[in-house]
Write a protein that binds this ligand. Structure first.
Ligand SMILES: NC(=O)c1ccc[n+]([C@@H]2O[C@H](COP(=O)([O-])OP(=O)(O)OC[C@H]3O[C@@H](n4cnc5c(N)ncnc54)[C@H](O)[C@@H]3O)[C@@H](O)[C@H]2O)c1
Length: 283
């Protein structure tokens, strides 16, 4: 059990979506919030909402894709707060398309934010947590990192890397009293699609449709994350569909990838996927 009450928590990507819902869930537990985002205005808005709930903290501007900025952020919070108990590496971006069609700049962009951003957070916060005698790392991956969904190779690859990094850290950091949780949600509605890069109109329409019909909200995902951290769980896969397909992939990998290939065979497969998304069957 890890008690979150009163903890000092730094969250990246805190200007929107899950990064905004988590501070609000934690504010009601008396946590102090470092709301960090590349968009400082949105980080400030999050902090105002935290304060409206009786919480406290600080808004901070950071680009997680720049190591010197992440190091400065770690230095800032450890010095001004006297320590940081929990780091949530949440900032993320998405690009879609087929390998070969996705521009290399988009691959680099997704890796810079989703993989290097998480790694920089770990690199600069973990030695400080070790020195203070403990802490907690929450890495926001995605069910995409477990399920390798179609037309999302850069996103899948970065999220799978974040899962692997988190699993490694779980064993490495246990002797230092530092817990690790990897967060792997399916789709939930946020601003993620505002910055999404895509290579054709189908991908945009499919993503927007799945977001519109998503059954779980960012607030519900945030509550699932809080519960998982308090229980010290390595993985949190909040939606049933994510847990189901992850189990199917492990038990019957040939069938699972064959089924994905079926949807990818021709235009009919794509139209079927879109129809399923419109019926709320892709969650
Ligand atoms: N929404 C979903 O369906 C979904 C599903 C699985 C995983 N996730 C993951 O959840 C996390 C949060 O995403 P969200 O859906 O809340 O999206 P969001 O777009 O609503 O929020 C992401 C935040 O990250 C910030 N950000 C982007 N690049 C940054 C950078 N370089 N440095 C600092 N901040 C940066 C954005 O300004 C934004 O405020 C991401 O890691 C995402 O991959 C989302």
């Amino acid at each position: 059990m890890y008690k979150l009450d009163g903890k000092r928590v730094v969250i990246t990507g805190a200007g929107s979506g899950l990064g905004r819902a988590l501070p609000l869930a934690l504010a009601s537990r008396g946590c102090r919030i470092g709301a960090a985002d590349i968009d400082e205005g949105r980080a400030r808005e999050t902090l105002e909402l935290v304060r409206a709930r009786g919480g406290e903290g600080e808004a901070y501007r950071v680009d997680v894709g720049r190591p010197e900025e992440v190091e400065a952020m770690a230095e800032h919070f450890f010095r001004s707060w006297g320590g940081v108990d929990v780091l949530v590496n949440n900032a993320g971006v998405v690009s879609t398309g087929f390998v070969g069609d996705i521009p290399l700049e988009d691959w680099e962009w997704v890796f810079r934010v989703n993989f290097w951003g998480v790694l920089y957070g770990c690199h600069y916060f973990i030695p400080r947590m070790k020195a203070q005698g403990g802490g907690y790392i929450v890495n926001v991956a995605s069910a995409a990192g477990l399920l390798t969904l179609l037309e999302m190779a850069p996103y899948n690859a970065t999220k799978a890397a974040v899962v692997a990094l988190s699993e490694t850290l779980r064993s490495e950091l246990a002797p230092f009293g530092i817990g690790v949780t990897a967060v792997c949600p399916m789709f939930f509605n946020t601003r993620l699609l505002e910055s999404m890069r895509y290579t054709d109109a189908f991908e945009k329409e499919f993503a927007e449709t799945t977001f519109r019909f998503a059954r779980m909200s960012a607030e519900q995902v945030a509550e699932a994350v809080v519960r998982a951290v308090e229980r010290g769980r390595l993985y949190v896969v909040p939606q049933f569909s994510g847990r189901f397909f992850w189990a199917l992939k492990r038990l019957r990998p040939g069938f699972y990838h064959g089924a994905l290939a079926f949807f990818n065979r021709d235009d009919l497969g794509r139209r079927l996927l879109l129809w399923m998304a419109r019926k709320g069957l892709v969650q």
